[in-house]
Design a protein around this ligand. Structure first.
Ligand SMILES: [Zn+2]
Length: 381
């Protein structure tokens, strides 16, 4: 199982997948706090597999074949998690989607921790994945007087993409007027090095078009660096970091950047919420509350679906075209089919949103979406 990263394409495909059999979806939290020792890991896997067994038993209205298929899926899940091909390295959580009847066995490594749990449904359960993807790209430039390193990635993973050292002389130790000339030229070399670092970052920006930029640099060099940055980098500069320029690992850099990244997330949520509230207040392109937002999803008008973290509500869905309604029962106005009751209509709403290429934003840092029914959308038209 090689291509198990979470990408927008993959999320969308999983959301739209109706494999024609019952799907066992398993989520496993791999946070070090739960997975620090082999014993903790074994116990977490044990509880998850037990829960899968219990959920299959509790499923009503299964045919004999369906029940047998799900029981085999539980075994396959257990064998995978206990087997040699499973590794927790580098992931914060794991999702497994399994339907032997439909020939489906897919694992996804998650960039963020997740609550462990099991769902059984007609399609992969993607709700926990929806808030995890961030399209925003980040770059971090580390620079001191002789070294420069560039990291790039998302809020969850940064990788070093470039590094260089300049052969810059140290401070001169001789005295007299020659020293001040030498110092001036050393200062010029330092400035030249920073200019080069800023230019390398800009060249990288032209290729990679990141959205946010951070600089880790000794505080006395910040002014010089800022002055050297190309305007499009200055525009994206979100702050300066305190970090060891030469010895920090990518993880150290990510930790140092976490505060700025969270601040940017907060601002982004704020902007989307403000746009939503203003649009709803003026009768513009926005919807708030379950009824209106499901209506907009049915009309394929949603640009961004906003959900309060943890929000869930019952409703019903058409299993052939995905039409969603807040009320329970009734028929689908699209094809006249019977609507199926769901304990949590949010999963169906997310699937419908991803199917129309809408962004799904789980609002974590602000609580004013609650006043608007905990769900809303900005609309394309
Ligand atoms: Zn329908």
């Amino acid at each position: 199982m090689q291509t198990d990263e979470l990408t927008p394409e993959r999320l969308r495909r999983l959301a739209e997948l109706r494999p024609g059999g019952r799907v066992l979806s398993a989520y496993l939290n791999l946070e070090p706090s739960e997975f620090a020792t082999p014993a903790a890991r074994s116990s977490a896997i044990g509880s998850l597999v037990d829960e899968a067994g219990r959920k299959v038993k509790a499923e009503h209205e299964l045919s004999h074949d369906e029940r047998q298929g799900l029981e085999e899926d539980v075994k396959r899940l257990r064998d995978y998690l206990r087997g040699p091909s499973f590794s927790a390295d580098g992931a914060h959580g794991l999702a497994v989607f399994c339907s032997g009847a439909a020939g489906l066995f897919e694992t996804v490594k998650l960039p963020r921790p997740v609550d462990s749990g099991i769902m059984i449904d007609d399609s992969p359960w993607v709700e926990p994945l929806a808030g995890m993807l961030s399209a925003d790209r980040w770059a971090v430039l580390l620079a001191n007087r002789r070294s420069a390193r560039l990291f790039e990635g998302t809020r969850d993973t940064l990788e070093e993409v470039e590094s260089f050292q300049d052969d810059v002389r140290g401070q001169s130790e001789s005295g007299g007027p020659e020293q001040s000339r030498a110092e001036r030229s050393v200062a010029e070399e330092h400035e030249e090095h920073l200019r080069k670092a800023a230019y390398e970052a800009f060249k990288h920006y032209r290729r990679a078009r990141f959205d946010h930029f951070l600089v880790g640099i000794p505080s006395e060099l910040r002014g010089t660096m800022e002055h050297q940055l190309h305007a499009s980098l200055r525009e994206r500069l979100r702050g300066f970091l305190e970090v060891d320029v030469e010895r920090s690992s990518a993880d150290d850099v990510a930790r140092a950047a976490a505060g700025e990244i969270e601040a940017a997330e907060r601002r982004r949520e704020r902007e989307k919420l403000d746009r939503l509230v203003e649009a709803v207040g003026t009768g513009g392109r926005g919807s708030a509350g379950l009824d209106d937002t499901l209506g907009a999803l049915n009309e394929r008008r949603v640009e961004t679906l906003l959900l309060a973290e943890g929000f869930s509500a019952p409703g019903s869905v058409c299993s052939s075209d995905g039409f969603v309604a807040a009320q329970e029962g009734g028929t689908c106005p699209v094809d006249g089919g019977e609507l199926v009751r769901r304990d949590d209509i949010v999963e169906s709403a997310i699937e419908l949103a991803l199917g129309q290429s809408a962004e799904v934003l789980v609002v974590r840092h602000h609580d004013d979406l609650d006043e608007h029914g905990s769900i809303g959308a900005t609309l394309r038209f």
